[in-house]
Design a protein around this ligand. Structure first.
Ligand code: BG6
Length: 498
């Protein structure tokens, strides 16, 4: 493992929630492992007037559960500097530049700069433009830009945003975060596929019946109603995380495991996703909102009664859909996806459902289906795999039984494996863009999602609601039932299921 050790981070949104919850702890973990040594500095910048000392105290507070000792925490925090900043004010960039140059010399950074935009995308264009105009983009080291989602709210707005950023940074310098790509088991998809001939040789429409992807959340929108009501599950989860998972499952084997090769294959897969015509949307995508619930003793609001949500809101908190990929490999294999808030439990799973044997020799009726073979990839909270097989029931006769071969990463492995953000920051330091989304992926994803969103926006019929703690509305089950399938993952008893 190598890292560019010398780097100046400039974190816009340095006082924000993301910086405190994810970025500072991730930087500390890298520091603790020696993957970030002494030649680094961080400028945190935001509107608030903080001093360096106060900022360092905050940084120390965010890592207090991880620190080796107080001295070590203080040593780490001494690399942090604060500069109050108004992103619209050119003067402020001059101050930032002065500080950057000073720190560059102090820490022997050699001009390597990483700009992290951990704030509203409304400011991305202004910030990148100012970074360029005021000379913060260095000309003797690397310049990299990390940006957070949402990357636009449709294809058009994403294109405008992209053009603004591309005026300053080229594609190889832009690292668009999708934190699902930092998850251990999402990264494992390529290994499972390309390191196992048994799996990869069956990874096509001759052997696979359908693939199911579930991103289930048990919480409601909590305090994020303002953002969520303008977004909804389709934009919040499908456009990014789910389509990224689809691309990893559907892509062709890359010739090498280099970022360029992998991203090329993902781009091809996403371009092959069939775009629905507006009149096809209703048959292939369903949406719903969570209802009120008091069955567990506490009163949970209907989505429309959540804080900062319009009381006639038509924003979906659940979406299920069928994705078709027009390639030789996937023709005829539906990828069913679903995600929602306030569902039965928090969990992410992929279930690859294989076709049945041609004839059931174990039944009077040779056409009767045996339970299918299912390869499940557990992404979170459990990390692991299972393979559902049919075997002989022990004893006299030839009755069949269904068996689940399982592997779960141990609690220790899960606890010790790096956090998504830690891995992503580390990759970015190494200039490795494998686990970041390329613009062409973003563009294809929006084009797919836009048709659905626009069709829904014109449909004023009442949204169905679903019961909190369920796995969504009946419409989601019907989506599969009409193709003769059913959702494999039914978290009735989560302990048993996982
Ligand atoms: C974010 C969404 O991208 O992902 C949230 O904006 C969602 O609404 C979150 O809760 C889920 O991420 P994770 O890692 O908790 O599954």
């Amino acid at each position: 493992m190598t890292t560019e050790q010398n780097v100046l981070f400039t974190i816009f949104g340095g006082t924000g929630d993301l910086a405190k919850r994810k970025l500072y702890p991730s930087l500390y973990r890298l520091y603790k492992k020696g993957l970030l040594k002494e030649q680094f500095a961080v400028i945190g910048t935001a509107r608030r007037e903080w001093t360096d000392d106060y900022y360092r105290e905050i940084v120390k507070e965010t890592i207090k559960d991880l620190t080796i000792s107080e001295e070590h925490a203080a040593e780490f925090a001494s690399h942090f500097y604060y500069q109050s900043h108004n992103v619209n004010d050119s003067e402020h960039y001059v101050n930032l530049k002065e500080l950057a140059e000073k720190l560059d010399v102090r820490y022997h950074i050699n001009g390597n700069r990483l700009f992290y935009l951990a704030m509203s995308p409304n400011f991305f264009g202004t910030i990148t433009q100012q970074l360029n105009e005021q000379g913060l983009v260095s000309d003797n080291g690397f310049n990299r830009l990390i940006i957070e989602k949402p990357f636009g709210h449709d294809y058009e707005s994403a294109s405008i945003l992209n053009e603004q950023i591309r005026e300053v940074f080229d594609e190889s310098q832009i690292f668009r975060i999708d934190h699902y790509l930092g998850k251990e088991m999402v990264q494992n998809i390529s290994t499972v596929r390309f390191a196992n001939n048994m799996i990869e040789s069956m990874w096509n429409n001759r052997y696979i019946d359908n693939i199911q992807i579930t991103l289930s959340e048990s919480l409601g929108v909590e305090e994020r109603g303002g953002y969520y009501d303008k977004s909804g599950a389709l934009r919040d989860m499908v456009q990014n995380h789910i389509l990224q998972i689809v691309s990893l499952l559907a892509m062709e084997p890359p010739t090498k495991l280099k970022d360029k090769d992998i991203r090329n294959e993902k781009i091809k897969a996403l371009r092959a996703v069939r775009l629905y015509k507006p009149e096809e949307v209703k048959d292939n995508f369903v949406r719903a909102q969570y209802g009120a619930d008091s069955s567990k003793g506490t009163q949970l609001n209907h989505y429309q009664n959540e804080m900062n949500v319009a009381d006639d809101s038509q924003t979906e908190t659940f979406v299920a859909g069928k994705i078709l990929i027009d390639t030789f490999r996937w023709k005829g294999v539906p990828f069913y996806i679903r995600t929602g808030k306030r569902l039965a439990e928090k969990g992410t799973q992929i279930n690859v459902v294989f076709k049945n044997v041609p004839l059931n020799l174990f039944s009077e009726d040779v056409d009767e289906d045996l339970p299918p073979n299912v390869l499940s990839i557990y992404i979170q909270p459990t990390e692991g795999f299972s393979l559902q097989l049919n075997t002989k029931k022990a004893g006299i006769g030839l009755e069949t039984d269904t068996l689940n071969l399982k592997h779960k990463h141990s609690a220790e492995t899960v606890a010790n494996s790096p956090e998504a953000y830690e891995k992503l920051i580390f990759d970015c330091l190494n200039g490795d863009a494998t686990n970041f989304t390329h613009w062409d992926e973003v563009a294809s994803s929006w084009k797919f999602v836009d048709v659905i969103r626009q069709t829904w926006d014109q449909d004023h019929s009442e949204l169905p609601s679903y019961q909190s703690g369920s796995m969504g509305p009946a419409e989601s089950d019907n989506l599969l039932a009409k193709d003769g399938f059913k959702w494999h993952w039914k978290p009735v008893n989560p302990d048993e299921e996982n």
